[in-house]
Write a protein of this length. Structure first.
Length: 182
């Protein structure tokens, strides 16, 4: 998009390359904690911004033309005594719907972020590392404990939770017809 290929490295660097000739256009360095859960979420381009979730629980918005950091928000903060307790990776790809980004972190929060000002519309405790699904007015999430959530995208209110598949190693949710499949 915008004639650029955006790549994020596991050590928290972001590169923009010219899509035609592969020439590096800009590079930004966010950094990364010593221990991460997995290779984290993919960059998402919306308008003139590149949204990128990192392994320290922060989402950065870069200007796609210059690589300038426009804003940064934390969805989770590392806490606890061990490196494992401090994992707060944003591993699920952000979902863009109009002027709102839906994002989640491991051992942190699920939330809706306004793209106008980078402020949270709502957020609630949750632990997610698989991609989420947005369908209509509902955000579907399979959390790190394999509990499936149905969340109202506008208010953040939980419509329902399905706990009968806990510890089953669920995939991210998908819709097949009118059925939610994991």
């Amino acid at each position: 998009t915008h004639g650029k290929v955006i790549a994020k490295t596991i050590d928290g660097k972001v590169y923009a390359f010219n899509a035609k000739d592969g020439k590096q256009l800009w590079m930004a360095e966010h950094g990364s904690p010593n221990l991460i859960l997995k290779a984290s979420s993919s960059p998402v381009v919306v308008g003139g911004l590149v949204l990128i979730g990192f392994s320290d629980g922060k989402m950065d918005a870069y200007d796609i033309s210059s690589g300038r950091l426009m804003w940064q928000r934390s969805i989770a903060y590392a806490s606890g005594a061990s490196d494992v307790e401090q994992l707060v990776d944003i591993d699920a790809d952000p979902i863009i719907d109009g002027n709102v980004a839906y994002l989640a972190s491991y051992q942190g929060y699920i939330g809706a972020l306004s793209l106008s000002d980078g402020q949270f519309i709502w957020k609630k405790p949750g632990s997610v590392y698989k991609n989420m699904l947005l369908s209509g007015n509902t955000l579907y999430v399979s959390d790190s404990h394999d509990v499936i959530w149905s969340i109202n995208k506008q208010s953040g209110q939980v419509n329902w939770k399905q706990k009968v598949l806990k510890a089953r190693g669920l995939t991210e949710p998908a819709l097949v017809g009118t059925n939610l499949v994991v």
